[in-house]
Design a protein around this ligand. Sequence first.
Ligand SMILES: *[C@@H]1O[C@H](CO)[C@@H](O)[C@H](O)[C@H]1NC(C)=O
Ligand SMILES: *[C@@H]1O[C@H](CO)[C@@H](O)[C@H](O)[C@H]1NC(C)=O
Ligand SMILES: *[C@@H]1O[C@H](CO)[C@@H](O)[C@H](O)[C@H]1NC(C)=O
Length: 284
Amino acid sequence: MHISTAFSVLSLLLASITLATQGDRLVLTPGGYRSKSKVYELPTGSSLAHTSDAVQSIDAGGSVIHVDGAGDAMELGRRDFLDGWIAFAWWLNPGLAPIASFTTIWEVPPLPETDHGQTVFLFNALQPNGSGILQPVLQYGPSGAGGGSFWAVATWHVDDAGNAFFTPLVPVSPGQILNAAITLTNTNGSTFDYNAQFTNVPGTSMNLTGAPQLTFAAETLEAYGVTALSDYPSGSTVFSGIDLTLAGGVTPSIAWSHQDDAADGVSISIDVDGATQGRMTITY
Ligand SMILES: *[C@@H]1O[C@H](CO)[C@@H](O)[C@H](O)[C@H]1NC(C)=O
Ligand SMILES: *[C@@H]1O[C@H](CO)[C@@H](O)[C@H](O)[C@H]1NC(C)=O
Ligand SMILES: *[C@@H]1O[C@H](CO)[C@@H](O)[C@H](O)[C@H]1NC(C)=O
């Protein structure tokens, strides 16, 4: 992880220099750096629709208001999608019924003691076996959605073609409890509709229709620009209430895999394994 992370960060820097000279500034998303022109805030009431070659946002009246083509992918490559994942746990559905619901509860941490312009993301997420990630995200620091020296939440959909959509960023306070939920809302043949949101933070709901099946579940600490351990919140973050159910109401028997950066002082432990009321602790 160490070597590959260092390598990836270097390649990201090189890619960002290349892109900057091409005139399209990079901004940070929970899926890594993206061209600013492809990072799009969803107006209230709109939703996201996957088509065969693009992701469109649709307004409340059903009109297409923004289309992101998948054709002009950035040069970052698929590996780079994982850049910045510092401590995380994951489960890949091995072909059981589709994941129907994935919830996680955590408390907004204290503000980091130091601010070096770093960005910290904490989230649970579902991904297809391919391009894309749907995630209700807590962030500290700047991203393409805005932000700064405070905690805030937004729901994001980011793909490997460089596109990112987010709901308007909502500031939150240390100590506030966040209830994140990603839910399968409909299935039609090989396409799937999902909703992701913080169920207790208004304005964070995102609908995604016509998506491929989301088969990879993750609990993640992702960070960029951290220069000292004090750039993280002190103490630990506990992801609890981790419930993962499959279509048909089935609770699978699962074991979470995990990876962290203990050498740099950040670790994740699986305190309660499995798909019911799971609990994990990220310690900084
Ligand atoms: C994921 O996709 C890769 C190639 O796109 C394929 O080889 C692999 O079998 C897929 N895995 C699952 C679990 O579908
Ligand atoms: C299901 O998909 C088919 C073909 O893609 C489409 O014609 C049909 O309208 C869809 N049904 C629903 C309920 O969305
Ligand atoms: C998402 O879909 C649900 C169910 O169709 C709907 O109630 C809701 O208004 C939609 N929009 C958002 C932003 O959640």
